[in-house]
Structure formats: structure tokens, C-alpha cells
Design a protein around this ligand. Structure first.
Ligand code: AKG
Ligand code: FE2
Length: 256
């Protein structure tokens, strides 16, 4: 899959600018039909193992053998994300590790995992929609409060903000305010074939619920941990890993 995601320098500069100016960037028709079909076949296969209920795979061990793992490990892809990071922030990333994730929101259990607003642990997030509901009112759009915060100089500030925003009460409050029109997030209808970028660390975000009858599958590549090597970040990651394990059994490296 890696040769299929080509981003030349000018396009990459445009994506960085869009993320800074508008809070997200879209690369249209980034995936060919073949690459998308391969991903869909993989998701179909895995979804069957989870009785068509919610599952998420974090990291390379969980995704072993998939084109997502191959892409995440590709040196060219690493360079591509590093360039985008540098163009958007004026800085080289502190770490060049890429964390791949596959999320599949489906069935009744997908509801709990929707409207789960959070900041990612890493600065740059690349989102590949694989399946999205084509019908129904709730199509699992991506909701973003873009570029709400800066990269925190102190990792402890990052942790405090995470505790403040990423809890059940706050989620309910944010969702209620959106429903009543008091908060107006950016709503992105994600389309398979396109690829999306945003500053996940800086933007509070979540997916909207989708009709339990339909499947919403996304692949995410998380890149550029601003607190690379920090003990506290590792602890957050461990806690997230623990949470992911409660939902599904397969996980080796968590995000957000
Ligand atoms: O699936 C999505 O649309 C977003 C998931 C996400 O934000 C994450 O895994 O960090
Ligand atoms: Fe996220």
C-alpha cells in the first residue's frame, strides 16, 4: 500500500497549511480501488471474529499481516509524515515512531465508543476511512474542535487536560451542548478513498455515533509524540492500552 500514498512536497505543504488554517486537510482519491478493497477484505475478516461488534486493534502485533502494518513500517511513509510535521510546525518530530490503529464501530457496542472526545497522544493524525454508513441519519462523521490547544511544554499539563476532558461527564456535556447548538464543532463527513489529516494532540475530537446496522471502520496513523520518552506519556499509553484490552483482546500499543 505504501507506494499508493504519494504526497509530493507541494501537496504536503498544502495539507500542512490546511491543518493550520482550517483544522483539517483532505487528500482526495488518495487510495486506489485495489488498496481500498484489500483493506475492506481485511476488516470483513476481522469483524467476523468479533461478532460484528465494536473492536479496535492498536499497534503492529495486533495488525500483523495487514497492509496497515506494512504501511506503518515503511521508511518512505515515515519520511512523508516527518515532512508534513516539519512543514506544519516548523520543527522536526521528536520521535519518528508511527502507531497504527484500526477501529471498527458497529453493532450496539459501537455506541459507547462514539462521542468519546479526546486529544491524541501524538501531534499528527492521519485517518483512512475504510467503511462508512451510506444510509441513515447517523453516519459516524468525525467531529473536531480543531487546534484548541498548543503543544504543552509540561507533560503534566497534558495529563491534567486529558483528565479534565476525557471523562464520561465531560463527554455527555459536550455532546449535549453540540445537540443544543451551543457548541459548533467542525463536522467532517469522511469518504472512503480519501485520506484526512489533523493535529490530533491539539484538537478535541471524536466520531459521531452511527446506525448500529452499519459498519464504520477507520485506520489511524498517529505520529510525532511531543513528549517523546516521557514517563507520564508512557503511563497514559498503558492506561489506554488497559482500556482497549477491556473492549477487545488484541492490542499492543495504544493511542490517545
Ligand atoms: O475513528 C475515528 O474517526 C477517530 C478515532 C480516533 O480519534 C483515534 O483513534 O484516536
Ligand atoms: Fe483520536
Amino acid at each position: 500500500m505504501s507506494p499508493l500514498i504519494h504526497i509530493d512536497e507541494a501537496t504536503s505543504a498544502r495539507l500542512a497549511d490546511d491543518m493550520n488554517q482550517h483544522g483539517y486537510a483532505t487528500l482526495e482519491h488518495a487510495l486506489g480501488t485495489e488498496a481500498l478493497s484489500e483493506l475492506r477484505a481485511y476488516v470483513d475478516q476481522q469483524a467476523a471474529r468479533h461478532n460484528n461488534q465494536y473492536f479496535a486493534y492498536h499497534g503492529y502485533a495486533a495488525l500483523a499481516g495487514s497492509s496497515l502494518a506494512t504501511l506503518g513500517k515503511s521508511p518512505d511513509f515515515k519520511l512523508l509524515l516527518a515532512r508534513l510535521h516539519a512543514q506544519g510546525t516548523g520543527r522536526q518530530p521528536a520521535s519518528d515512531e508511527i502507531f497504527p490503529v484500526l477501529r471498527c464501530v458497529q453493532g450496539g457496542s459501537g455506541r459507547k465508543e462514539s462521542n468519546a472526545f479526546h486529544y491524541d497522544a501524538t501531534l499528527l493524525t492521519m485517518l483512512i476511512p475504510i467503511f462508512t454508513p451510506l444510509e441513515g441519519e447517523q453516519r459516524g462523521d468525525l467531529i473536531l474542535f480543531p487546534n484548541l490547544r498548543k503543544v504543552r511544554a509540561w507533560v503534566v499539563m497534558n495529563v491534567l487536560e486529558k483528565f479534565l476532558f476525557q471523562n464520561a461527564l465531560c463527554r455527555k456535556l459536550i455532546t449535549a451542548c453540540i445537540d443544543r447548538g451551543l457548541l459548533k464543532p467542525t463536522t467532517l463527513r469522511i469518504v472512503p478513498g480519501n485520506v484526512y489529516f489533523f493535529w490530533g494532540y491539539r484538537s478535541l475530537h471524536a466520531n459521531q455515533p452511527c446506525d448500529p446496522a452499519f459498519r464504520r471502520a477507520t485506520a489511524l496513523f498517529h505520529f510525532g509524540d511531543p513528549h517523546a520518552g516521557s514517563l507520564v506519556t508512557r503511563l497514559i499509553l498503558k492506561l489506554n492500552q488497559h482500556r482497549a484490552r477491556k473492549v477487545v483482546a488484541r492490542t499492543d500499543a495504544p493511542q490517545s
